[in-house]
Ligand binder design. Structure first.
Ligand code: ADP
Ligand code: MG
Length: 279
């Protein structure tokens, strides 16, 4: 498999603090990748950076060798639920139709092929009967399906799903997993952020474990070692491969009291600085 996505030394800062720090990553074409890490680890920031929606402090992101703004094939992005203004007065059909406009084609009229594509996407997610309903009136699971249908209507080469399994019913979860299987058959490259480490381990080719820095990336077996889990989730309980593990005391890598020995990344430098500043 050739690389589709490459991050070189990517850092994103908010208000002087790193949300992503010196991240280097290669994602092969057609891979299905789970992005995991605790709250605030920078998962959403990673997706926004890939969409060109978060400014990079350092580094570059390349999709097939081009920056996101110059990459011509569709990249579909389904944001985390909390980041969407559900009061926006549009119908389900309108939201899915947005998937057909593409960059800079807002004034274009929908063709017959566009309308067919929209209806097929609605059917695929089992929400054809909701087409004329305002998006704000739907349940969380239905809203998630609408956004998946929009992403599908884009015929994406790359799909980024931010926490699609959080706060949805079981049938939407299953519909999302089925969609991922069918996209795999079409070699669409997919990145999915999730809190479900069991799912990440069982259903994905690759895992990216983040805690502002990249802790580890590779096969689930390579990534889910005790050392890596400790660096990411120290002090919390996590469930991997059906087993609950309480990860020992945080190594302090990225909290206000640490800095990993030997790690010179900006987060660790910042954490060490904060520790030294303490009275
Ligand atoms: P995750 O998705 O893994 O929970 P995020 O990428 O949302 O993490 O956030 C990473 C860090 O960046 C958090 O500390 C968060 O508070 C901060 N952050 C995210 N977005 C913003 C923003 N727009 N302004 C300021 N801080 C932000
Ligand atoms: Mg997030």
């Amino acid at each position: 498999m050739t690389d589709l996505l490459e991050l070189r030394n990517v850092s994103v800062f908010y208000g002087g603090r790193p949300a992503l720090d010196s991240v280097n990553l290669h994602i092969p074409h057609g891979a299905q990748v789970a992005v995991v890490g605790p709250n605030g680890a920078g998962k959403s920031t990673l997706f926004k950076a890939m969409m060109g929606l978060a400014p990079l402090r350092t580094g570059e992101i390349l999709i097939h060798g081009r920056p996101p703004s110059e990459y011509r094939d569709p990249v579909a992005y389904v944001p985390q639920r909390e980041e969407v203004d559900w009061r926006f007065p549009v119908t389900v059909f309108d939201v899915v139709a947005m998937g057909r406009y593409g960059r800079g084609r807002w004034l274009k009229r929908l063709s017959v092929a566009d309308r067919d594509g929209i209806h097929r996407s609605l059917e695929r997610l089992n929400i054809s009967d909701l087409a004329q309903r305002p998006i704000g009136e739907l349940s969380g699971g239905q809203q998630q399906r609408v956004f998946l249908a929009r992403a599908l209507a884009q015929k994406p080469h790359v799909l980024l799903l931010d926490e699609p399994f959080t706060g949805v019913d079981i049938s939407t979860r299953e519909a999302t997993l089925e969609l991922l299987s069918s996209l795999k058959a079409r070699s669409v490259t997919v990145l999915v952020s999730t809190h479900d480490l069991d799912l990440a381990s069982g259903r994905f080719d690759q895992v990216v474990l983040l805690n502002r820095c990249l802790i580890s990336a590779g096969s689930p077996d390579e990534v889910f070692t005790e050392k890596h889990l400790q660096a990411a989730f120290g002090g919390q309980m996590v469930v991997v491969n059906g087993k609950a593990i309480v990860v020992d005391q945080c190594c302090g890598a990225h909290g206000p009291v640490g800095g990993v020995d030997g790690c010179r990344c900006e987060t660790c430098n910042w954490a060490r600085g904060a520790r030294e500043d303490e009275p």
